[in-house]
Design a protein around this ligand. Sequence first.
Ligand SMILES: Nc1ncnc2c1ncn2[C@@H]1O[C@H](COP(=O)(O)OP(=O)(O)OP(=O)(O)O)[C@@H](O)[C@H]1O
Ligand SMILES: [Mg+2]
Length: 252
Amino acid sequence: MSKEMIVCKGISKSFPGANGSTLEVLKDISLSINENEFVVVLGPGQCGKTTLINLIAGLEMPTSGNVTVAGNPITKPNPDIGVVYQKTALFPWLSVQSNVGFGPMMKGMKKDERKKIVQHYIDLVGLTGFEKSYPIKLSGGMRQRVGIARAYCNNPSVLLMDEPFGHLDAQTRYLMQEEVVRIWEADKKTILFVTNNVEEAVYLADRIIVLSNCPTHIVTEFDVTLPRPRDYVSRDFLSLRKTVNDSLERTR
Ligand SMILES: Nc1ncnc2c1ncn2[C@@H]1O[C@H](COP(=O)(O)OP(=O)(O)OP(=O)(O)O)[C@@H](O)[C@H]1O
Ligand SMILES: [Mg+2]
């Protein structure tokens, strides 16, 4: 039986709104993600996708309900949970290899061992040759590669990805979608990836969870069984893309 890695039980989240009102963002969300599963949470803009990521990452606490990762209740940030953001914030004064190795260095890992692990992940994300480059010299896609390598370098069992390709141009976005599947296949992790892009969801996911508008609840989910690597223009891909798109349209 597969092991449940991320479990959200009846989580709701409200924020204080204008004039003393309450803004209900997430409403009674329950989901369970198995070890090494690649789940995409698909929802419209401003529906609370980042809020959901923050709750699972332990950066925010739910108003009600609870989150566990690998069976442990989440009450604060946890090194076993890696996060890749829409815009990766890198230390501008550190080289690619120092950015990637920052976590292991903070943990006090010995230099030789650290060097090996850092090189392994730099190679895995396709940045071989850029070890000594500084972030200012990197393109948007390369920065996201650094963000992915940095997250992997801490060896988390869970990776949360918050629209990591949202700011990239279309061509680079396609390339990074292929890359993230390749990286996941080479080094399996439990991934929860959020996006508002239906095509991206169908390309990446083992399973797509569709969210509604605020107050956000789960509308439906789809198992994606198309073989990988997926073909964006195959008949099956386009047909599923339409079905998922229709379900998202109905939430508006
Ligand atoms: N700390 C906060 N305080 C008050 N309101 C917040 C807070 N965080 C999020 N919100 C509100 O919650 C709603 C959902 O925000 P969130 O950023 O989670 O959505 P999203 O789906 O990630 O949006 P986007 O598509 O822009 O990435 C928004 O209306 C936002 O203003
Ligand atoms: Mg967001």
